[in-house]
Write a protein that binds this ligand. Structure first.
Ligand code: SAM
Length: 289
């Protein structure tokens, strides 16, 4: 039976081990069982699943995952938490704790070793200071993934989910939506954590597409175009691309490519959909031939 997930138990463990929260590791532990249930349900964890948990903390969510999954691999950076996890996870034989930095471990190798290379699920209450590198690393390194269900800063969840016309729309929205279908599961207030974060949080599920959402012949070029457009989001798309050192095309070539979209020369990059960025990059790719 999961024994953690409430304030009393968390305080008890923290006092017993004289654990000091480290801001630099983004440590805000979950103390609300309803939120834990919601995360596990949204991730659709079953006894067939191998789950990667990033940052297990004192093992609160890990216990829930272990009861619902076939195997759980939990990667924790803070050496002070390792003896605590040994105690809180002692009853679970299907958990492997790895003491390492998630940005340094080979997650493809974990999927291979613990799930025969089949798609894993990623579930986490993420350390907010590295949300984007963790998620983009999972996608860009082609880790076999079913879905990623994570607690992130509310504002970041919004950015991942929105489309053109929102002030939150940007390079992160497009990068996430290229690889996955986002769905915001729940908003979570600061009082569900210990200590309380200064920002609102949200649980978001990213269900990986079988194939990327659009066909870009040169995805690297498409993402360079996206970056250049949003780096100067108050400029027109044409000026944004002209001014970017990452875009090697002439003023005339850029004007021609933007015209090919049929949107007029004053269009801003922030108005373009993922499909339109793919068309734009495919136009440039053909131009090179
Ligand atoms: N899962 C726990 C919970 O929900 O109560 C803890 C979540 S806390 C927001 C983030 C966790 O990630 C902490 O345990 C922290 O030490 C760990 N962490 C921070 N940076 C990490 C990294 N680079 N690699 C692995 N774990 C990390």
């Amino acid at each position: 039976m999961a024994t953690l997930g409430n304030p009393q138990k968390t305080i008890e463990i923290i006092q017993k081990y004289e654990f000091a929260f480290q801001k630099k590791f983004g440590q805000n532990f979950l103390i609300d069982t309803h939120v834990l249930d919601k995360i596990i349900t949204a991730a659709g964890v079953t006894k067939d699943d191998c789950v990667l948990e990033i940052g297990p903390g004192i093992g609160t969510m890990t216990q829930y995952l272990a009861e619902n999954a076939r195997h759980v691999v939990a990667v924790e950076i803070d050496s002070n938490l390792i003896p605590i996890l040994k105690e809180t996870l002692t009853d679970y034989e299907n958990v492997t704790v790895i003491h390492d930095d998630i940005l340094k471990v080979d997650i493809n190798q974990i999927a291979e070793q613990y799930n025969g290379g089949r798609p894993i699920k990623v579930v986490a209450n993420l350390p907010y200071y590295i949300t984007t590198p963790i998620i983009m690393g999972l996608f860009e390194n082609n880790v076999p993934i079913d879905n990623i269900t994570v607690m992130v800063q509310k504002e970041v969840a919004d950015r991942m989910q929105v489309g053109p016309g929102s002030k939150d729309y940007g390079a992160l929205s497009l990068a996430v939506q290229y690889y996955a279908q986002p769905y915001i599961v729940a908003n979570v207030p600061p009082n569900c954590f210990m200590p309380r974060p200064n920002v609102g949080s949200a649980v978001i599920r990213l269900t990986r597409h079988k194939e990327p959402a659009v066909k870009a012949e040169d995805a690297g070029l498409m993402f360079r175009l996206i970056r250049a457009s949003f780096n100067q989001r108050r400029k027109t798309l044409q000026n944004g691309l002209n001014n970017s050192p990452e875009i090697p095309y002439s003023r005339e070539q850029i004007a021609e490519a933007v015209e090919s979209l049929g949107l007029g020369p004053s269009i801003r990059g922030e108005a373009l959909t993922l499909e339109q960025f793919a068309s734009l990059s495919n136009y440039f790719t053909k131009m090179k031939d």
